[in-house]
Design a protein around this ligand. Structure first.
Ligand code: MLT
Ligand code: MN
Ligand code: ZN
Length: 300
């Protein structure tokens, strides 16, 4: 069988989605009116053989996302082309969809031991019956087979614990098992999925050089975007996300790196790049970035 990497963006938005249920910001209103495309919450489906898929992050919107993705529909009574689900942190936008995947469906749930601890501590996830859903703990920097023909390696990226577990002083650039990126290899093809990242360290930049594709944290355009929009005091840095623009932003940080396709995912609903006619979208695209959107497929 010939292998070729294929990814489908199931959801391009960050937690909350576009529109977010309680948000009256200009982007959310435009999306509600149908004037810009709505986007569901953060998830990517990947395959190497075109037949068996893994889902990276299970968003609260997974039911609709799967309904719109013919390649992930059942092939028999209870047969699915889905073999595994991997979560990159314990955030609600990345794990709440696991609850939708109950119904005694067998798959392997991959995460670091640290993220499994979070899931294990919450009995609601026992809705995924352990006799059919194998919870596989994967140590950092240890390659494993995610789906046939696709090897994955989890690596620590700067981030923080899930919002609902924050206590006391929160370290927002913690490097450990709480927030990971995923390296995907199929033959000579090398792809990265990093939906949350507080900063691009030299080490991480070196790792990404030469990749065929990188799906990267596109949460905010600018660090104080939510405050400027009158939506609260939280900055991107406080949320553990580096912004796209600015001297310390991802567009600048990636500028010198040779990478095949650079794709922003996990965009917050305030991000101006979600408006197809915005200057910010034009600037990001001029810098070689693709703005991810629901249903977009990337091959490498
Ligand atoms: C994030 O990416 O910062 C989180 O998903 C925020 C949240 O839990 O809503
Ligand atoms: Mn998130
Ligand atoms: Zn909004």
């Amino acid at each position: 069988m010939t292998m070729s990497f294929r990814a489908r963006i199931l959801g391009a938005a960050a937690g909350g989605g576009l529109p977010q249920w309680n948000c009256g910001c200009p982007n959310c209103n435009l999306a509600r009116a149908g004037d810009i495309p709505a986007q569901t919450q953060s998830s990517l489906a990947v395959t190497a053989d075109g037949a068996t898929w893994a889902i990276l992050n299970a968003s609260p919107d997974i039911r609709e996302q799967l309904a719109c993705a013919p390649s992930l529909h059942p092939s028999g009574l209870r047969e699915l082309p889905l073999a595994s689900v991997l979560v990159t942190n314990g955030d609600i936008d990345h794990v709440a969809g696991l609850l939708t995947l109950r119904e005694m469906q067998a798959f392997t749930l991959f995460a670091t031991p640290g993220i499994h601890e979070v899931l294990d501590a919450n009995p609601i996830f026992d809705a995924l019956n352990r006799s059919v859903v194998d919870r596989a703990a994967i140590a950092l920097d240890t390659p494993f087979e995610l789906v046939p023909g696709l090897e994955a390696t989890l690596f620590a990226v700067p981030g923080k614990v899930p919002l609902y577990m924050e206590a006391g002083d929160v370290q927002t650039d913690l490097v450990g098992e709480q927030t990971v990126g995923v390296e995907l290899r199929s033959g000579d093809t090398r792809v990265y999925y990093i939906p949350g990242c507080a900063m691009l360290s030299d080490r991480l930049a070196e790792r990404l050089v030469g990749a065929d594709a990188v799906f990267f944290d596109g949460t905010l355009w600018r660090d104080d975007e939510m405050r400027r929009a009158g939506l609260g005091e939280k900055t991107g840095k406080r949320m553990g996300h580096m912004s796209m623009s600015g001297a310390d932003g991802s567009i600048a940080a990636f500028a010198g790196l040779t990478i095949g396709q650079k794709v922003f995912v996990h965009m917050n609903n305030t991000n101006p790049v979600l408006r197809p006619d915005s200057d910010e979208r034009e600037e990001a695209e001029a810098a070689g970035w693709i703005i991810g959107q629901d249903g977009m497929e990337i091959t490498a």
